[in-house]
Design a protein around this ligand. Sequence first.
Ligand SMILES: Nc1ncnc2c1ncn2[C@@H]1O[C@H](COP(=O)(O)OP(=O)(O)OP(=O)(O)O)[C@@H](O)[C@H]1O
Length: 270
Amino acid sequence: MEAVFEGWTSTVGKPTMDSDVRMSTRNVDVHYGDKQAIYGVDLDIGKNEVLAMIGPSGCGKSTFLRTLNRMNDTIDICRITGDIILDGDNIYDKHMDVVNLRARVGMVFQKPNPFPKSIYDNVAYGPKIHGLVTRRAELDEVVETALRKASIWDEVKDRLDQPATGLSGGQQQRLCIARTIAVSPEVILMDEPCSALDPIATARIEELIAELSENYTIAIVTHSMQQAARVSHRTAYFHLGRLIEVGKTDKIFTAPEHKLTEDYITGRFG
Ligand SMILES: Nc1ncnc2c1ncn2[C@@H]1O[C@H](COP(=O)(O)OP(=O)(O)OP(=O)(O)O)[C@@H](O)[C@H]1O
Protein backbone atom coordinates (compact mmCIF):
# COMPACT_ATOMS: atom_id res chain seq x y z
CA MET A 1 0.00 0.00 0.00
CA GLU A 2 1.12 3.52 -0.73
CA ALA A 3 2.65 5.32 2.23
CA VAL A 4 0.51 8.41 2.66
CA PHE A 5 2.32 9.79 5.68
CA GLU A 6 6.03 10.37 5.79
CA GLY A 7 7.69 7.30 7.23
CA TRP A 8 4.49 5.23 7.27
CA THR A 9 4.76 1.70 5.95
CA SER A 10 2.35 -1.19 6.12
CA THR A 11 4.81 -3.21 8.19
CA VAL A 12 5.13 -0.95 11.21
CA GLY A 13 3.37 -3.36 13.49
CA LYS A 14 5.49 -6.49 13.26
CA PRO A 15 7.80 -6.17 16.19
CA THR A 16 7.61 -9.39 18.14
CA MET A 17 9.26 -12.78 17.71
CA ASP A 18 6.96 -15.26 15.97
CA SER A 19 6.95 -17.58 18.98
CA ASP A 20 5.66 -14.77 21.18
CA VAL A 21 2.78 -13.80 18.96
CA ARG A 22 -0.77 -14.46 20.13
CA MET A 23 -2.68 -12.47 17.49
CA SER A 24 -1.59 -11.05 14.15
CA THR A 25 -3.36 -8.78 11.73
CA ARG A 26 -2.23 -8.36 8.15
CA ASN A 27 -3.39 -5.71 5.72
CA VAL A 28 -6.64 -5.14 7.58
CA ASP A 29 -9.01 -2.63 5.99
CA VAL A 30 -12.37 -1.72 7.49
CA HIS A 31 -15.14 0.11 5.64
CA TYR A 32 -18.45 1.43 6.93
CA GLY A 33 -20.43 1.57 3.70
CA ASP A 34 -18.34 3.71 1.32
CA LYS A 35 -16.25 5.21 4.08
CA GLN A 36 -12.92 3.59 4.93
CA ALA A 37 -12.13 3.64 8.65
CA ILE A 38 -9.00 1.43 8.82
CA TYR A 39 -6.21 1.20 6.23
CA GLY A 40 -3.88 -1.79 5.86
CA VAL A 41 -3.10 -2.43 9.52
CA ASP A 42 -0.38 -5.00 10.23
CA LEU A 43 0.04 -5.62 13.94
CA ASP A 44 1.25 -8.45 16.13
CA ILE A 45 0.12 -8.76 19.74
CA GLY A 46 2.40 -10.81 21.96
CA LYS A 47 1.54 -13.40 24.58
CA ASN A 48 1.18 -11.89 28.06
CA GLU A 49 1.52 -8.47 26.57
CA VAL A 50 -0.53 -5.38 27.36
CA LEU A 51 -0.82 -3.39 24.14
CA ALA A 52 -2.33 0.10 24.39
CA MET A 53 -3.97 1.71 21.37
CA ILE A 54 -4.01 5.50 21.39
CA GLY A 55 -4.81 8.27 18.93
CA PRO A 56 -7.15 11.19 18.30
CA SER A 57 -10.90 10.75 18.46
CA GLY A 58 -12.24 9.04 15.34
CA CYS A 59 -8.86 7.57 14.29
CA GLY A 60 -10.30 4.04 14.33
CA LYS A 61 -9.03 2.58 17.62
CA SER A 62 -12.36 1.07 18.65
CA THR A 63 -13.13 -0.09 15.12
CA PHE A 64 -9.80 -1.89 14.96
CA LEU A 65 -10.19 -3.37 18.44
CA ARG A 66 -13.64 -4.72 17.54
CA THR A 67 -12.29 -6.47 14.45
CA LEU A 68 -10.21 -8.66 16.78
CA ASN A 69 -13.23 -10.61 18.01
CA ARG A 70 -15.61 -9.88 15.14
CA MET A 71 -17.71 -7.50 17.20
CA ASN A 72 -18.15 -5.43 14.01
CA ASP A 73 -20.11 -8.35 12.50
CA THR A 74 -23.14 -6.90 14.26
CA ILE A 75 -22.91 -3.71 12.13
CA ASP A 76 -24.53 -4.36 8.73
CA ILE A 77 -22.60 -1.74 6.76
CA CYS A 78 -19.22 -2.78 8.17
CA ARG A 79 -16.90 -4.71 5.83
CA ILE A 80 -13.53 -6.11 6.88
CA THR A 81 -10.78 -7.43 4.62
CA GLY A 82 -7.31 -8.76 5.38
CA ASP A 83 -6.19 -11.50 7.77
CA ILE A 84 -6.61 -11.70 11.52
CA ILE A 85 -4.91 -14.76 12.94
CA LEU A 86 -5.39 -16.10 16.47
CA ASP A 87 -3.01 -18.93 17.30
CA GLY A 88 -2.89 -20.02 13.66
CA ASP A 89 -6.64 -19.69 12.98
CA ASN A 90 -8.02 -17.01 10.70
CA ILE A 91 -10.87 -15.63 12.78
CA TYR A 92 -12.80 -14.57 9.65
CA ASP A 93 -12.71 -18.12 8.24
CA LYS A 94 -16.24 -19.25 7.38
CA HIS A 95 -15.82 -22.25 9.68
CA MET A 96 -14.97 -20.09 12.69
CA ASP A 97 -17.58 -20.40 15.46
CA VAL A 98 -18.10 -16.76 16.47
CA VAL A 99 -19.58 -17.56 19.90
CA ASN A 100 -16.51 -19.63 20.69
CA LEU A 101 -14.24 -16.93 19.26
CA ARG A 102 -15.75 -14.33 21.60
CA ALA A 103 -14.95 -16.61 24.54
CA ARG A 104 -11.35 -16.94 23.31
CA VAL A 105 -11.14 -13.19 22.69
CA GLY A 106 -13.24 -11.58 25.42
CA MET A 107 -14.25 -7.95 25.56
CA VAL A 108 -14.71 -5.41 28.33
CA PHE A 109 -16.63 -2.29 27.31
CA GLN A 110 -16.45 1.37 28.20
CA LYS A 111 -19.58 1.24 30.30
CA PRO A 112 -19.90 -1.72 32.69
CA ASN A 113 -22.66 -3.91 31.27
CA PRO A 114 -23.57 -6.63 33.79
CA PHE A 115 -26.57 -8.79 32.93
CA PRO A 116 -29.71 -8.05 35.00
CA LYS A 117 -29.01 -11.18 37.03
CA SER A 118 -27.30 -12.05 40.29
CA ILE A 119 -23.56 -11.54 40.77
CA TYR A 120 -23.11 -15.34 40.72
CA ASP A 121 -25.15 -15.80 37.54
CA ASN A 122 -23.25 -13.08 35.70
CA VAL A 123 -20.05 -15.07 36.07
CA ALA A 124 -21.63 -18.55 35.81
CA TYR A 125 -23.47 -17.78 32.56
CA GLY A 126 -20.49 -18.16 30.19
CA PRO A 127 -19.10 -21.41 31.61
CA LYS A 128 -22.64 -22.85 31.53
CA ILE A 129 -23.45 -21.96 27.93
CA HIS A 130 -20.02 -23.06 26.74
CA GLY A 131 -20.44 -26.37 28.58
CA LEU A 132 -17.20 -25.88 30.50
CA VAL A 133 -18.63 -27.36 33.70
CA THR A 134 -21.20 -30.01 34.50
CA ARG A 135 -21.53 -30.07 38.28
CA ARG A 136 -22.64 -27.26 40.59
CA ALA A 137 -19.51 -27.65 42.76
CA GLU A 138 -17.30 -27.15 39.69
CA LEU A 139 -19.30 -24.10 38.70
CA ASP A 140 -18.93 -22.64 42.20
CA GLU A 141 -15.19 -23.08 41.90
CA VAL A 142 -15.01 -21.45 38.45
CA VAL A 143 -17.08 -18.49 39.70
CA GLU A 144 -14.93 -18.03 42.81
CA THR A 145 -11.69 -18.28 40.86
CA ALA A 146 -12.83 -15.73 38.27
CA LEU A 147 -14.02 -13.31 40.98
CA ARG A 148 -10.72 -13.70 42.84
CA LYS A 149 -8.69 -13.10 39.66
CA ALA A 150 -10.75 -9.98 39.02
CA SER A 151 -10.00 -8.74 42.57
CA ILE A 152 -13.62 -8.54 43.62
CA TRP A 153 -14.20 -11.78 45.55
CA ASP A 154 -13.81 -10.28 49.02
CA GLU A 155 -16.34 -7.55 48.23
CA VAL A 156 -19.05 -9.88 46.88
CA LYS A 157 -18.54 -13.30 48.47
CA ASP A 158 -21.34 -12.70 51.00
CA ARG A 159 -23.87 -11.44 48.47
CA LEU A 160 -23.43 -13.61 45.41
CA ASP A 161 -27.19 -14.02 45.01
CA GLN A 162 -27.85 -10.27 44.93
CA PRO A 163 -28.36 -8.30 41.69
CA ALA A 164 -25.15 -7.25 39.94
CA THR A 165 -26.75 -3.90 39.19
CA GLY A 166 -26.51 -3.09 42.91
CA LEU A 167 -22.72 -2.89 42.72
CA SER A 168 -20.78 0.35 42.24
CA GLY A 169 -19.54 1.23 38.75
CA GLY A 170 -16.00 0.10 39.53
CA GLN A 171 -17.24 -3.15 41.09
CA GLN A 172 -19.49 -3.75 38.07
CA GLN A 173 -16.51 -3.32 35.75
CA ARG A 174 -14.45 -5.80 37.78
CA LEU A 175 -17.45 -8.17 37.69
CA CYS A 176 -17.52 -7.82 33.89
CA ILE A 177 -13.81 -8.67 33.85
CA ALA A 178 -14.57 -11.74 36.03
CA ARG A 179 -17.30 -12.72 33.56
CA THR A 180 -14.77 -12.49 30.72
CA ILE A 181 -12.13 -14.48 32.61
CA ALA A 182 -14.60 -17.23 33.59
CA VAL A 183 -14.57 -18.69 30.07
CA SER A 184 -10.75 -18.88 29.99
CA PRO A 185 -10.01 -16.40 27.21
CA GLU A 186 -6.64 -16.16 25.49
CA VAL A 187 -7.01 -12.46 24.76
CA ILE A 188 -8.94 -9.73 26.58
CA LEU A 189 -9.95 -6.62 24.64
CA MET A 190 -10.72 -3.50 26.68
CA ASP A 191 -12.37 -0.47 25.11
CA GLU A 192 -11.74 2.48 27.42
CA PRO A 193 -12.59 0.34 30.45
CA CYS A 194 -12.06 3.15 32.97
CA SER A 195 -13.72 6.06 31.24
CA ALA A 196 -16.89 5.75 33.34
CA LEU A 197 -14.97 5.30 36.62
CA ASP A 198 -13.58 7.58 39.30
CA PRO A 199 -9.80 7.76 39.95
CA ILE A 200 -9.88 5.15 42.76
CA ALA A 201 -11.88 2.63 40.74
CA THR A 202 -9.59 3.39 37.78
CA ALA A 203 -6.49 2.66 39.85
CA ARG A 204 -7.95 -0.72 40.87
CA ILE A 205 -8.65 -1.67 37.26
CA GLU A 206 -5.14 -0.60 36.26
CA GLU A 207 -3.63 -2.78 39.03
CA LEU A 208 -5.83 -5.60 37.83
CA ILE A 209 -4.62 -5.21 34.24
CA ALA A 210 -1.03 -5.62 35.46
CA GLU A 211 -1.97 -8.80 37.36
CA LEU A 212 -3.98 -10.22 34.46
CA SER A 213 -1.13 -9.71 32.01
CA GLU A 214 0.69 -12.57 33.75
CA ASN A 215 -1.88 -14.94 32.27
CA TYR A 216 -3.58 -13.16 29.40
CA THR A 217 -2.87 -11.04 26.36
CA ILE A 218 -4.57 -7.67 26.68
CA ALA A 219 -5.30 -5.00 24.07
CA ILE A 220 -6.65 -1.78 25.54
CA VAL A 221 -8.00 1.34 23.85
CA THR A 222 -7.52 4.38 26.02
CA HIS A 223 -7.87 8.14 25.69
CA SER A 224 -5.52 8.60 28.59
CA MET A 225 -1.87 8.70 27.66
CA GLN A 226 -1.03 8.46 31.37
CA GLN A 227 -3.01 5.26 31.54
CA ALA A 228 -1.29 3.84 28.45
CA ALA A 229 2.07 4.73 30.03
CA ARG A 230 1.11 3.10 33.35
CA VAL A 231 -0.39 -0.18 32.13
CA SER A 232 1.06 -1.15 28.76
CA HIS A 233 4.22 -2.83 27.53
CA ARG A 234 3.81 -1.53 24.00
CA THR A 235 1.76 1.30 22.56
CA ALA A 236 0.28 1.64 19.09
CA TYR A 237 -0.48 5.10 17.74
CA PHE A 238 -3.32 5.40 15.21
CA HIS A 239 -4.02 8.42 13.01
CA LEU A 240 -6.85 8.75 10.48
CA GLY A 241 -7.30 4.97 10.29
CA ARG A 242 -3.64 4.13 9.93
CA LEU A 243 -1.27 2.52 12.38
CA ILE A 244 1.53 5.06 12.40
CA GLU A 245 3.87 3.60 14.96
CA VAL A 246 4.05 0.84 17.53
CA GLY A 247 6.82 0.21 20.00
CA LYS A 248 7.80 -0.13 23.61
CA THR A 249 5.64 2.23 25.62
CA ASP A 250 8.49 4.18 27.23
CA LYS A 251 10.04 4.73 23.81
CA ILE A 252 6.77 5.89 22.25
CA PHE A 253 6.33 8.45 25.04
CA THR A 254 9.92 9.65 25.19
CA ALA A 255 11.39 9.20 21.72
CA PRO A 256 8.71 8.47 19.11
CA GLU A 257 9.92 7.84 15.56
CA HIS A 258 7.18 9.77 13.80
CA LYS A 259 6.24 13.41 13.93
CA LEU A 260 2.54 12.57 14.05
CA THR A 261 3.08 10.53 17.22
CA GLU A 262 5.21 13.24 18.74
CA ASP A 263 2.62 15.91 17.96
CA TYR A 264 -0.06 13.81 19.65
CA ILE A 265 1.86 12.89 22.78
CA THR A 266 3.07 16.43 23.27
CA GLY A 267 -0.47 17.74 22.97
CA ARG A 268 0.01 19.54 19.66
CA PHE A 269 -2.70 17.40 18.05
CA GLY A 270 -5.83 15.60 19.14
N1 LIG B 1 -21.22 2.06 13.31
C1 LIG B 1 -20.59 2.95 12.52
N2 LIG B 1 -21.14 3.34 11.34
C2 LIG B 1 -20.51 4.22 10.54
N3 LIG B 1 -19.32 4.79 10.81
C3 LIG B 1 -18.74 4.45 11.96
C4 LIG B 1 -19.33 3.52 12.87
N4 LIG B 1 -18.50 3.38 13.95
C5 LIG B 1 -17.44 4.18 13.71
N5 LIG B 1 -17.58 4.83 12.52
C6 LIG B 1 -16.62 5.78 11.92
O1 LIG B 1 -15.36 5.15 11.84
C7 LIG B 1 -14.31 6.07 12.18
C8 LIG B 1 -13.52 5.49 13.35
O2 LIG B 1 -14.37 5.48 14.51
P1 LIG B 1 -13.91 4.78 15.88
O3 LIG B 1 -15.06 4.87 16.82
O4 LIG B 1 -13.35 3.46 15.59
O5 LIG B 1 -12.73 5.77 16.33
P2 LIG B 1 -12.04 5.91 17.75
O6 LIG B 1 -10.61 6.22 17.47
O7 LIG B 1 -12.31 4.73 18.60
O8 LIG B 1 -12.79 7.21 18.29
P3 LIG B 1 -13.08 7.68 19.80
O9 LIG B 1 -11.74 7.85 20.44
O10 LIG B 1 -13.80 8.98 19.61
O11 LIG B 1 -13.93 6.62 20.47
C9 LIG B 1 -15.00 7.39 12.52
O12 LIG B 1 -14.96 8.20 11.36
C10 LIG B 1 -16.43 6.99 12.84
O13 LIG B 1 -17.33 8.02 12.50
